[in-house]
Design a protein around this ligand. Structure first.
Ligand code: AMP
Ligand code: GLY
Length: 424
């Protein structure tokens, strides 16, 4: 069968790597893909938000399945468009993607379903929002309602920070209409963890727990990024804690979506704060995390294709879903200047003979060479019998890659290893 993967990051390369191993897959296509995906299939000159272009290609080529990686095309309604052609696509339709597209929609859904989350107020009027902030204690969290490329959440340490955030979001509209409404939230303390579930709207399977590393530098210092590394499973998410998340978050959100008349199919990615009072939802994403995908997919025992098809065909309840009893860790190699102003164009050395789990993100082919073309360049993934083993393998792959100004964190997985050592 022919499969189209929409996206161009490490996540989409990892999805392609998983599917390329499957004898049932005749050919993979990527829209638009990167240098890594071009070795697995054909890259198409289509951007992820070119819905008309993707639809026209699907009408012509009739892929058996489309896998939508990033949130933007899901939120714009790509899955709805493909449904009109009868082309099955993995991922929620536009109504389901509101779970990521609107923080206020999600907050309402969580409250209705009694799912634990930070207390909050919402505002459409900047003066009212500022008056509210003036009467609060700090830190306080200011969130633009809509999509903001991961930048719409500001942790305000003071009233001055909160005012500046509100000016940015609501007055200067740096995130466009995403800033028409804001949510002002209580600051939660604890460690963060992510739980990915895949659901067909009724049944679901849980993927291993994971932790991302958002800041650019070691010890969680420096500015936020799209993610500098991840590992799975996260030892902080013990079996009882996972069962609690399943009972208090995953099951109720699936039934709340159904009650809201939403036929949700695809990934439910719950971003959680593990607070002393229990896990609370920080956010939901409507797609696989990046770089979490790079550690989750290598841990699937069940072929990814079976998971994706069972989801779009609404028969997840009958899938014998199995995970590997292994650990995975990924280290993101970023361009110099990332995240503020990534410098691109450098030649990447050391790719020849590199691990197939060196997933590409911001890479492109030029004159027979592979060059840096984005902020997050590669995700070096190791899989092992424990996290130490996975980490050693990932860092070996990371060290063997060379490009000018390469930056990466040396402490990916440290929180987990500290925890394991404490408990040993
Ligand atoms: P979100 O996009 O809502 O997950 O927010 C991005 C990041 O902001 C999260 O991964 C957290 O690190 C942080 N964050 C969001 N909401 C809160 C909160 N209520 N309390 C503390 N940190 C938060
Ligand atoms: N790793 C964070 C995200 O995919 O949103």
């Amino acid at each position: 069968m022919k499969i189209l993967i929409v996206g161009s990051g490490g996540r989409e390369h990892a999805i392609g790597w998983s599917l390329a191993k499957d004898g049932r897959v005749a050919k993979l296509f990527f829209a638009p893909g990167n240098a890594g995906t071009s070795a697995l299939g054909e890259n198409l000159p289509l951007t992820v938000t070119d819905l008309a272009g993707i639809k026209a290609w699907c009408e012509r080529e009739r892929p058996a399945l489309v896998v939508v990686g990033p949130e933007a095309p899901l939120c714009a309604g790509l899955v709805d468009e493909l449904a009109t052609l009868g082309v099955p696509a993995f991922g929620p339709d536009k109504s389901g993607a509101r779970l990521e597209a609107s923080k206020i929609f999600t907050k309402d859904l969580l409250l209705r379903a009694g799912i634990p989350t930070a207390a909050s107020e919402r505002f459409t009027d900047i003066a009212e929002a500022k008056a509210y902030c003036a009467a609060r204690r700090y830190p306080l969290v200011v969130k633009a309602d809509g999509l903001a490329a991961g930048k719409g959440v500001i942790i305000a340490q003071s009233l001055a920070d909160a005012d500046a955030a509100l000016d940015q979001i609501m007055a200067r509209k740096v995130f466009g209409p995403s800033g028409d409404s804001v949510l002002i939230e209580e600051f939660l303390r604890g460690q963060e963890a992510s739980i990915h579930a895949v659901t067909d709207g009724t049944d679901y399977v849980l993927l291993p727990s994971s932790q991302d590393h958002k800041r650019i530098r070691d010890n969680d210092e420096g500015p936020n990024t799209g993610g500098m590394g991840a590992y799975a499973p996260a030892p902080i998410v013990t079996a009882p804690l996972l069962a609690e998340v399943e009972a208090t978050v995953i099951k109720p959100v699936i039934s709340a979506l159904r009650k809201a008349g939403i036929d949700y199919q695809g990934v439910l990615y719950a971003g959680l704060m593990l607070t002393p009072e229990g896990p609370k939802v920080l956010e939901f994403n409507c797609r696989f995390g990046d770089p979490e995908t790079e550690v989750l997919l290598p841990l699937l025992e069940t072929p990814l294709l079976d998971l994706l098809l069972a989801t779009v065909e609404r028969r997840l309840g009958r899938l014998d879903f199995q995970l590997k009893n292994q650990c995975a860790l990924t280290v993101v190699l970023a361009a110099p200047g990332y995240p503020e102003k990534p410098v691109t164009g450098q030649v990447i050395h050391g790719l020849q003979g590199a691990s197939p789990m060196l997933f590409h993100a911001g890479t492109t082919r030029q004159d027979g060479k592979v060059i840096v073309s984005g902020g997050r360049v590669l995700a070096a993934t190791g899989v092992g019998h424990d996290l130490y083993d996975a980490r050693r393998r990932a860092y070996k792959i990371a060290a063997d890659i060379r490009f000018e100004g390469k930056q990466y964190r040396l402490d990916i997985g440290k929180k987990a290893l500290d925890l394991l050592e404490r408990d040993a």
